[in-house]
Design a protein around this ligand. Structure first.
Ligand code: MN
Length: 475
Protein backbone atom coordinates (compact mmCIF):
# COMPACT_ATOMS: atom_id res chain seq x y z
CA UNK A 1 0.00 0.00 0.00
CA UNK A 2 1.39 3.41 -0.93
CA UNK A 3 1.17 6.11 1.65
CA UNK A 4 -0.33 9.42 0.61
CA UNK A 5 2.38 12.08 0.18
CA UNK A 6 1.78 15.30 2.08
CA UNK A 7 2.56 18.40 0.02
CA UNK A 8 3.53 21.74 1.49
CA UNK A 9 2.46 24.76 -0.57
CA UNK A 10 4.81 27.72 -0.89
CA UNK A 11 3.35 31.00 -2.07
CA UNK A 12 4.80 34.37 -3.00
CA UNK A 13 2.65 37.33 -4.04
CA UNK A 14 3.33 40.35 -6.23
CA UNK A 15 0.93 43.22 -5.81
CA UNK A 16 0.51 46.26 -8.05
CA UNK A 17 -0.81 49.28 -6.16
CA UNK A 18 -2.09 52.28 -8.13
CA UNK A 19 -0.96 55.46 -6.40
CA UNK A 20 -3.56 58.18 -5.96
CA UNK A 21 -1.43 61.08 -7.20
CA UNK A 22 -3.07 64.03 -9.00
CA UNK A 23 -1.06 63.49 -12.17
CA UNK A 24 0.61 60.56 -13.89
CA UNK A 25 4.08 59.18 -13.19
CA UNK A 26 5.80 60.87 -16.14
CA UNK A 27 3.29 63.39 -17.48
CA UNK A 28 1.11 66.19 -16.15
CA UNK A 29 -2.29 64.82 -17.17
CA UNK A 30 -4.99 63.84 -14.69
CA UNK A 31 -4.29 60.51 -12.99
CA UNK A 32 -7.86 60.08 -11.76
CA UNK A 33 -9.83 58.86 -14.76
CA UNK A 34 -12.92 57.84 -12.81
CA UNK A 35 -16.06 58.97 -14.62
CA UNK A 36 -14.03 60.28 -17.56
CA UNK A 37 -14.41 59.10 -21.13
CA UNK A 38 -11.82 56.71 -22.58
CA UNK A 39 -8.59 58.24 -23.89
CA UNK A 40 -9.38 61.66 -22.40
CA UNK A 41 -6.55 61.62 -19.83
CA UNK A 42 -3.62 60.96 -22.13
CA UNK A 43 -0.57 63.04 -23.06
CA UNK A 44 2.01 62.48 -25.83
CA UNK A 45 4.22 60.96 -23.11
CA UNK A 46 1.62 58.28 -22.42
CA UNK A 47 1.08 57.68 -26.16
CA UNK A 48 4.84 57.38 -26.58
CA UNK A 49 4.90 59.89 -29.47
CA UNK A 50 8.31 60.64 -31.00
CA UNK A 51 10.11 63.44 -29.20
CA UNK A 52 8.23 63.05 -25.96
CA UNK A 53 10.24 63.35 -22.77
CA UNK A 54 9.04 61.83 -19.49
CA UNK A 55 9.47 63.83 -16.27
CA UNK A 56 9.28 62.10 -12.91
CA UNK A 57 6.35 63.06 -10.65
CA UNK A 58 7.67 64.17 -7.22
CA UNK A 59 4.47 63.21 -5.41
CA UNK A 60 4.63 59.67 -6.79
CA UNK A 61 8.12 59.37 -5.34
CA UNK A 62 6.82 60.66 -1.97
CA UNK A 63 3.98 58.13 -2.04
CA UNK A 64 6.43 55.34 -2.86
CA UNK A 65 8.55 56.37 0.13
CA UNK A 66 5.45 56.38 2.32
CA UNK A 67 4.38 52.96 1.00
CA UNK A 68 7.87 51.67 1.76
CA UNK A 69 7.75 52.97 5.33
CA UNK A 70 4.32 51.37 5.78
CA UNK A 71 5.95 48.09 4.69
CA UNK A 72 8.63 48.51 7.38
CA UNK A 73 11.14 48.66 4.53
CA UNK A 74 14.50 50.24 3.98
CA UNK A 75 14.18 53.21 1.63
CA UNK A 76 16.95 53.30 -0.94
CA UNK A 77 18.11 56.89 -1.28
CA UNK A 78 19.43 56.06 -4.72
CA UNK A 79 17.27 54.23 -7.23
CA UNK A 80 17.12 53.98 -11.03
CA UNK A 81 14.62 53.32 -13.78
CA UNK A 82 14.87 50.65 -16.47
CA UNK A 83 13.08 49.94 -19.71
CA UNK A 84 11.22 46.65 -19.94
CA UNK A 85 10.41 45.92 -23.57
CA UNK A 86 7.40 44.04 -24.78
CA UNK A 87 4.77 44.44 -27.45
CA UNK A 88 1.12 44.75 -26.55
CA UNK A 89 -1.66 46.99 -27.93
CA UNK A 90 -2.16 48.69 -24.54
CA UNK A 91 1.50 49.83 -24.53
CA UNK A 92 2.15 52.10 -27.52
CA UNK A 93 5.71 52.95 -26.41
CA UNK A 94 6.73 49.30 -26.72
CA UNK A 95 8.34 49.39 -23.30
CA UNK A 96 7.37 49.98 -19.69
CA UNK A 97 9.45 52.27 -17.48
CA UNK A 98 10.08 50.34 -14.27
CA UNK A 99 12.81 49.63 -11.71
CA UNK A 100 14.51 46.25 -11.96
CA UNK A 101 18.02 46.57 -10.62
CA UNK A 102 17.77 49.49 -8.19
CA UNK A 103 14.27 49.70 -6.69
CA UNK A 104 13.30 52.55 -4.36
CA UNK A 105 11.97 50.23 -1.63
CA UNK A 106 14.15 47.55 -0.06
CA UNK A 107 13.47 44.63 2.27
CA UNK A 108 10.63 44.93 4.80
CA UNK A 109 7.68 42.96 6.14
CA UNK A 110 3.93 42.93 6.61
CA UNK A 111 2.61 41.77 9.97
CA UNK A 112 -0.62 39.78 9.73
CA UNK A 113 -3.42 40.00 12.37
CA UNK A 114 -2.19 36.62 13.67
CA UNK A 115 1.18 38.24 14.41
CA UNK A 116 3.10 36.27 11.78
CA UNK A 117 5.30 38.28 9.45
CA UNK A 118 5.47 38.00 5.68
CA UNK A 119 8.77 39.38 4.43
CA UNK A 120 8.88 41.85 1.56
CA UNK A 121 11.71 41.20 -0.88
CA UNK A 122 11.54 44.70 -2.40
CA UNK A 123 9.04 47.06 -4.00
CA UNK A 124 9.54 49.27 -7.02
CA UNK A 125 8.02 52.22 -8.80
CA UNK A 126 6.73 51.77 -12.35
CA UNK A 127 4.10 52.97 -14.79
CA UNK A 128 0.87 51.15 -15.58
CA UNK A 129 -0.16 50.19 -19.11
CA UNK A 130 -3.48 51.00 -20.78
CA UNK A 131 -6.54 48.80 -20.75
CA UNK A 132 -8.05 46.61 -23.45
CA UNK A 133 -11.69 45.74 -23.56
CA UNK A 134 -13.13 43.18 -25.89
CA UNK A 135 -16.64 43.85 -27.11
CA UNK A 136 -18.59 41.87 -29.70
CA UNK A 137 -15.58 40.91 -31.76
CA UNK A 138 -13.79 44.26 -31.42
CA UNK A 139 -10.91 45.09 -29.13
CA UNK A 140 -10.84 48.63 -27.78
CA UNK A 141 -7.84 50.42 -26.31
CA UNK A 142 -8.20 52.93 -23.47
CA UNK A 143 -4.99 54.69 -22.49
CA UNK A 144 -6.38 56.62 -19.51
CA UNK A 145 -4.51 54.23 -17.23
CA UNK A 146 -1.27 54.33 -19.24
CA UNK A 147 1.35 56.06 -17.13
CA UNK A 148 -0.50 55.76 -13.82
CA UNK A 149 2.10 55.36 -11.06
CA UNK A 150 2.30 51.91 -9.52
CA UNK A 151 4.21 50.47 -6.63
CA UNK A 152 4.82 46.77 -7.22
CA UNK A 153 5.31 44.95 -3.91
CA UNK A 154 7.11 41.62 -4.13
CA UNK A 155 6.81 39.30 -1.15
CA UNK A 156 9.17 36.51 -0.16
CA UNK A 157 7.67 32.99 -0.49
CA UNK A 158 6.65 33.04 3.17
CA UNK A 159 2.99 32.09 2.69
CA UNK A 160 1.94 28.48 3.09
CA UNK A 161 -1.85 28.26 2.76
CA UNK A 162 -4.75 29.71 0.81
CA UNK A 163 -6.14 31.35 3.94
CA UNK A 164 -2.81 32.97 4.71
CA UNK A 165 -2.61 34.23 1.11
CA UNK A 166 -5.98 35.91 1.58
CA UNK A 167 -4.94 37.36 4.94
CA UNK A 168 -1.76 38.77 3.43
CA UNK A 169 -3.57 40.47 0.53
CA UNK A 170 -6.21 41.90 2.86
CA UNK A 171 -3.56 43.22 5.23
CA UNK A 172 -1.58 44.69 2.34
CA UNK A 173 -4.74 46.50 1.23
CA UNK A 174 -5.26 47.81 4.76
CA UNK A 175 -1.65 48.96 5.07
CA UNK A 176 -1.73 50.78 1.71
CA UNK A 177 -5.08 52.44 2.32
CA UNK A 178 -4.12 53.45 5.88
CA UNK A 179 -0.89 54.92 4.48
CA UNK A 180 -3.12 56.92 2.14
CA UNK A 181 -1.18 56.13 -1.02
CA UNK A 182 -4.05 54.51 -2.97
CA UNK A 183 -7.83 54.73 -3.27
CA UNK A 184 -7.72 50.97 -2.76
CA UNK A 185 -10.72 50.41 -5.02
CA UNK A 186 -10.29 46.71 -5.76
CA UNK A 187 -13.26 46.47 -8.07
CA UNK A 188 -11.61 48.98 -10.39
CA UNK A 189 -8.23 47.30 -10.19
CA UNK A 190 -6.49 49.78 -7.87
CA UNK A 191 -4.71 46.79 -6.37
CA UNK A 192 -4.02 43.62 -8.39
CA UNK A 193 -2.39 40.45 -7.18
CA UNK A 194 -0.15 37.97 -9.02
CA UNK A 195 0.23 34.79 -7.02
CA UNK A 196 3.12 32.31 -7.42
CA UNK A 197 2.30 28.85 -6.13
CA UNK A 198 4.35 25.68 -5.91
CA UNK A 199 4.03 22.55 -3.84
CA UNK A 200 6.67 20.12 -2.64
CA UNK A 201 6.56 16.90 -0.59
CA UNK A 202 6.86 17.61 3.12
CA UNK A 203 10.11 15.63 3.25
CA UNK A 204 11.74 17.61 0.39
CA UNK A 205 14.10 20.51 1.03
CA UNK A 206 13.67 21.82 -2.53
CA UNK A 207 10.80 23.99 -3.73
CA UNK A 208 8.59 22.64 -6.50
CA UNK A 209 8.02 24.22 -9.94
CA UNK A 210 5.73 27.18 -9.62
CA UNK A 211 2.79 28.45 -11.59
CA UNK A 212 1.85 32.14 -11.56
CA UNK A 213 -1.81 33.17 -11.47
CA UNK A 214 -2.07 36.73 -12.75
CA UNK A 215 -4.34 39.68 -12.15
CA UNK A 216 -6.49 38.65 -9.24
CA UNK A 217 -8.43 41.57 -7.88
CA UNK A 218 -10.15 40.33 -4.75
CA UNK A 219 -9.01 38.65 -1.54
CA UNK A 220 -11.54 35.90 -2.13
CA UNK A 221 -10.27 35.11 -5.63
CA UNK A 222 -6.70 34.97 -4.27
CA UNK A 223 -7.83 32.36 -1.76
CA UNK A 224 -9.83 30.37 -4.29
CA UNK A 225 -7.09 30.44 -6.96
CA UNK A 226 -4.51 29.17 -4.45
CA UNK A 227 -6.87 26.41 -3.29
CA UNK A 228 -7.44 25.40 -6.90
CA UNK A 229 -3.73 25.40 -7.77
CA UNK A 230 -2.80 23.30 -4.72
CA UNK A 231 -5.35 20.70 -5.82
CA UNK A 232 -4.33 20.81 -9.49
CA UNK A 233 -0.63 20.53 -8.76
CA UNK A 234 -1.11 17.75 -6.16
CA UNK A 235 -3.08 15.76 -8.71
CA UNK A 236 -0.34 16.15 -11.34
CA UNK A 237 2.42 15.12 -8.96
CA UNK A 238 0.30 12.27 -7.64
CA UNK A 239 0.07 10.88 -11.20
CA UNK A 240 3.83 11.19 -11.57
CA UNK A 241 3.47 14.14 -13.98
CA UNK A 242 5.28 17.48 -13.82
CA UNK A 243 4.06 20.99 -13.05
CA UNK A 244 4.92 23.33 -15.93
CA UNK A 245 6.32 26.75 -15.10
CA UNK A 246 3.81 29.07 -16.70
CA UNK A 247 1.45 32.00 -16.33
CA UNK A 248 -2.17 31.09 -15.71
CA UNK A 249 -5.39 33.07 -15.71
CA UNK A 250 -8.20 32.82 -13.18
CA UNK A 251 -11.93 32.73 -13.83
CA UNK A 252 -14.21 33.67 -10.96
CA UNK A 253 -17.11 32.10 -12.86
CA UNK A 254 -15.61 28.62 -13.33
CA UNK A 255 -13.41 28.72 -10.23
CA UNK A 256 -10.49 27.38 -12.31
CA UNK A 257 -7.11 28.56 -13.54
CA UNK A 258 -6.14 28.01 -17.18
CA UNK A 259 -2.78 28.10 -18.95
CA UNK A 260 -2.04 31.40 -20.72
CA UNK A 261 1.62 31.35 -21.68
CA UNK A 262 4.95 29.96 -20.64
CA UNK A 263 6.78 32.15 -18.16
CA UNK A 264 9.12 34.79 -19.59
CA UNK A 265 12.61 35.30 -18.22
CA UNK A 266 14.14 38.70 -17.53
CA UNK A 267 16.26 38.49 -20.72
CA UNK A 268 13.10 38.20 -22.84
CA UNK A 269 12.32 41.81 -21.96
CA UNK A 270 15.71 43.23 -23.07
CA UNK A 271 15.96 45.37 -19.95
CA UNK A 272 18.16 48.46 -20.29
CA UNK A 273 18.71 51.56 -18.18
CA UNK A 274 16.09 54.22 -18.95
CA UNK A 275 18.07 56.98 -20.67
CA UNK A 276 15.39 59.71 -20.37
CA UNK A 277 15.22 59.68 -16.57
CA UNK A 278 18.30 60.44 -14.48
CA UNK A 279 19.02 58.31 -11.40
CA UNK A 280 16.77 59.25 -8.50
CA UNK A 281 18.65 60.66 -5.53
CA UNK A 282 16.42 61.20 -2.53
CA UNK A 283 17.26 63.70 0.14
CA UNK A 284 17.19 61.96 3.56
CA UNK A 285 14.86 64.73 4.77
CA UNK A 286 12.17 63.48 2.39
CA UNK A 287 12.24 60.09 4.12
CA UNK A 288 12.26 61.73 7.56
CA UNK A 289 9.27 63.90 6.66
CA UNK A 290 7.29 60.97 5.35
CA UNK A 291 8.18 58.94 8.43
CA UNK A 292 7.01 61.73 10.72
CA UNK A 293 3.74 62.07 8.81
CA UNK A 294 2.98 58.38 8.42
CA UNK A 295 -0.52 57.71 9.81
CA UNK A 296 -1.03 55.06 12.51
CA UNK A 297 -0.81 51.64 10.84
CA UNK A 298 -3.17 48.68 11.51
CA UNK A 299 -0.48 46.73 13.40
CA UNK A 300 -0.05 49.69 15.78
CA UNK A 301 -3.81 49.83 16.41
CA UNK A 302 -3.72 46.11 17.21
CA UNK A 303 -0.83 46.53 19.61
CA UNK A 304 -2.66 49.39 21.30
CA UNK A 305 -6.21 48.02 21.44
CA UNK A 306 -6.23 44.20 21.22
CA UNK A 307 -5.86 43.78 24.99
CA UNK A 308 -8.45 46.44 25.76
CA UNK A 309 -11.13 45.71 23.16
CA UNK A 310 -10.42 42.13 22.13
CA UNK A 311 -8.99 41.26 18.74
CA UNK A 312 -12.38 40.44 17.15
CA UNK A 313 -13.69 43.94 17.84
CA UNK A 314 -10.43 45.49 16.67
CA UNK A 315 -10.52 43.61 13.35
CA UNK A 316 -14.10 44.78 12.73
CA UNK A 317 -13.35 48.39 13.61
CA UNK A 318 -10.19 48.39 11.45
CA UNK A 319 -12.51 48.21 8.45
CA UNK A 320 -13.73 51.70 9.44
CA UNK A 321 -10.60 53.76 9.72
CA UNK A 322 -12.22 56.99 11.05
CA UNK A 323 -13.62 55.03 14.02
CA UNK A 324 -10.17 53.66 14.81
CA UNK A 325 -8.66 57.14 14.55
CA UNK A 326 -11.30 58.52 16.89
CA UNK A 327 -10.60 55.84 19.50
CA UNK A 328 -6.89 56.65 19.37
CA UNK A 329 -7.68 60.37 19.63
CA UNK A 330 -9.53 59.77 22.94
CA UNK A 331 -6.17 58.79 24.43
CA UNK A 332 -7.95 57.07 27.33
CA UNK A 333 -8.20 53.27 27.37
CA UNK A 334 -11.22 53.04 29.66
CA UNK A 335 -13.16 55.55 27.58
CA UNK A 336 -12.02 53.84 24.36
CA UNK A 337 -13.58 50.61 25.54
CA UNK A 338 -16.99 52.20 26.19
CA UNK A 339 -16.92 54.19 22.96
CA UNK A 340 -15.79 51.17 20.92
CA UNK A 341 -18.80 49.39 22.35
CA UNK A 342 -21.09 52.22 21.18
CA UNK A 343 -19.41 52.18 17.76
CA UNK A 344 -20.01 48.48 17.27
CA UNK A 345 -23.45 48.20 18.91
CA UNK A 346 -24.99 51.45 17.64
CA UNK A 347 -23.02 52.82 14.69
CA UNK A 348 -22.41 49.49 12.97
CA UNK A 349 -26.01 48.36 13.48
CA UNK A 350 -27.64 48.00 10.09
CA UNK A 351 -30.35 50.60 10.73
CA UNK A 352 -27.71 53.26 11.43
CA UNK A 353 -25.45 52.49 8.46
CA UNK A 354 -26.02 55.94 6.93
CA UNK A 355 -24.51 57.61 10.01
CA UNK A 356 -21.09 56.23 9.05
CA UNK A 357 -20.88 58.91 6.37
CA UNK A 358 -21.46 61.68 8.91
CA UNK A 359 -18.92 63.53 10.93
CA UNK A 360 -18.06 61.69 14.14
CA UNK A 361 -18.70 63.29 17.55
CA UNK A 362 -15.82 65.32 18.97
CA UNK A 363 -13.33 63.98 21.47
CA UNK A 364 -14.88 66.24 24.17
CA UNK A 365 -18.41 65.04 23.49
CA UNK A 366 -17.34 61.41 23.74
CA UNK A 367 -15.19 61.83 26.84
CA UNK A 368 -18.02 63.74 28.58
CA UNK A 369 -20.41 60.97 27.63
CA UNK A 370 -18.18 58.38 29.29
CA UNK A 371 -17.63 60.62 32.33
CA UNK A 372 -21.38 61.09 32.84
CA UNK A 373 -21.88 57.35 32.62
CA UNK A 374 -19.11 56.74 35.17
CA UNK A 375 -20.72 59.22 37.56
CA UNK A 376 -24.06 57.39 37.13
CA UNK A 377 -25.55 60.48 35.56
CA UNK A 378 -26.30 58.48 32.42
CA UNK A 379 -27.44 54.88 32.21
CA UNK A 380 -26.09 52.80 29.34
CA UNK A 381 -29.42 53.30 27.57
CA UNK A 382 -29.19 57.05 28.15
CA UNK A 383 -25.68 56.96 26.79
CA UNK A 384 -26.89 55.39 23.54
CA UNK A 385 -29.66 57.96 23.18
CA UNK A 386 -27.27 60.87 23.61
CA UNK A 387 -24.72 59.24 21.31
CA UNK A 388 -27.27 59.00 18.50
CA UNK A 389 -28.14 62.69 18.94
CA UNK A 390 -24.51 63.58 18.21
CA UNK A 391 -25.37 62.71 14.61
CA UNK A 392 -28.54 64.82 14.54
CA UNK A 393 -27.91 67.93 12.42
CA UNK A 394 -29.93 70.00 14.94
CA UNK A 395 -28.03 68.71 17.95
CA UNK A 396 -24.52 67.68 16.98
CA UNK A 397 -22.89 70.99 17.91
CA UNK A 398 -24.27 70.91 21.46
CA UNK A 399 -22.28 69.58 24.37
CA UNK A 400 -23.08 66.24 25.98
CA UNK A 401 -24.74 67.59 29.14
CA UNK A 402 -27.03 69.91 27.16
CA UNK A 403 -28.16 67.10 24.91
CA UNK A 404 -28.69 64.75 27.87
CA UNK A 405 -30.78 67.41 29.64
CA UNK A 406 -32.85 68.11 26.53
CA UNK A 407 -33.52 64.41 26.19
CA UNK A 408 -34.39 64.25 29.91
CA UNK A 409 -32.10 61.29 30.51
CA UNK A 410 -29.84 62.72 33.21
CA UNK A 411 -30.10 60.46 36.26
CA UNK A 412 -30.87 61.88 39.71
CA UNK A 413 -28.01 60.97 42.05
CA UNK A 414 -28.60 63.51 44.78
CA UNK A 415 -29.29 61.22 47.75
CA UNK A 416 -31.48 63.71 49.57
CA UNK A 417 -33.61 64.23 46.48
CA UNK A 418 -33.85 60.50 45.93
CA UNK A 419 -34.80 59.87 49.53
CA UNK A 420 -37.66 62.35 49.24
CA UNK A 421 -38.99 60.52 46.20
CA UNK A 422 -38.60 57.12 47.91
CA UNK A 423 -40.47 58.40 50.98
CA UNK A 424 -43.29 59.66 48.80
CA UNK A 425 -43.60 56.26 47.15
CA UNK A 426 -43.48 54.37 50.46
CA UNK A 427 -46.29 56.55 51.76
CA UNK A 428 -48.59 55.54 48.94
CA UNK A 429 -51.35 53.03 49.83
CA UNK A 430 -50.70 50.94 46.69
CA UNK A 431 -47.14 50.11 47.84
CA UNK A 432 -48.08 48.91 51.34
CA UNK A 433 -48.65 45.29 50.35
CA UNK A 434 -45.32 45.12 48.50
CA UNK A 435 -43.48 46.60 51.50
CA UNK A 436 -45.05 43.98 53.77
CA UNK A 437 -44.14 41.19 51.36
CA UNK A 438 -40.52 42.37 51.15
CA UNK A 439 -40.23 42.49 54.92
CA UNK A 440 -41.67 38.96 55.00
CA UNK A 441 -38.74 37.81 52.86
CA UNK A 442 -40.05 38.15 49.31
CA UNK A 443 -36.85 39.44 47.79
CA UNK A 444 -38.11 40.02 44.26
CA UNK A 445 -40.78 42.63 45.08
CA UNK A 446 -37.91 45.10 45.42
CA UNK A 447 -38.06 45.36 41.63
CA UNK A 448 -41.64 46.55 41.78
CA UNK A 449 -40.77 49.19 44.37
CA UNK A 450 -37.77 50.43 42.38
CA UNK A 451 -40.07 50.64 39.37
CA UNK A 452 -42.54 52.79 41.34
CA UNK A 453 -39.74 55.17 42.35
CA UNK A 454 -38.50 55.36 38.75
CA UNK A 455 -42.01 56.24 37.64
CA UNK A 456 -42.35 58.88 40.33
CA UNK A 457 -39.00 60.41 39.20
CA UNK A 458 -40.03 60.32 35.53
CA UNK A 459 -37.21 57.88 34.83
CA UNK A 460 -34.47 60.13 36.10
CA UNK A 461 -33.56 58.36 39.33
CA UNK A 462 -30.46 56.21 39.38
CA UNK A 463 -31.98 52.75 39.91
CA UNK A 464 -29.10 51.23 41.86
CA UNK A 465 -29.04 54.18 44.29
CA UNK A 466 -32.82 53.84 44.66
CA UNK A 467 -32.50 50.18 45.50
CA UNK A 468 -29.91 50.92 48.21
CA UNK A 469 -32.17 53.51 49.82
CA UNK A 470 -35.22 51.20 49.67
CA UNK A 471 -33.35 48.36 51.33
CA UNK A 472 -32.12 50.60 54.12
CA UNK A 473 -35.60 51.97 54.75
CA UNK A 474 -37.33 48.60 54.70
CA UNK A 475 -34.91 46.77 57.01
MN1 MN B 1 4.94 45.18 -12.64
Amino acid sequence: MTEKVKYIPTIGIECHVQLCTKTKLFSEVDNDARQKSPNSCVSPVDYGLPGMLPRLNKMAVRYAVRAGLALNSEINLQSRFDRKHYFYPDLPKGYQITQLFHPIIGAGYVELPSGSKIRIEHAHLEEDAGKLSHESGDSLVDLNRAGTPLVEIVSMPDIHSAVEAREYTKELWRVMTYAGVTFGDLYNGNMRFDVNISIAPESSDKLGTRAEVKNLNSFRSVERAVEYEIKRQSKLLGKGEKVVQETRGWSDATGETTSQRSKEEAQDYRYMPEPDIPPLNLRPEVVDEERANLPIMPAEYRAKFNDILGSDTVEILLDYRPLMEKLAELDDNKAAKKIANLFSSVLLAEENASLLNDELPSKEQLLDLVAMNEKNELSSTGMKEVFLKFFDPEMHYKDTLTIAKELGVVQENNLEELEKIVDAVLAKPETQQAQADFKAGQEKVIGFLVGQVMKESHGKANPSAVQDILRKKLQ
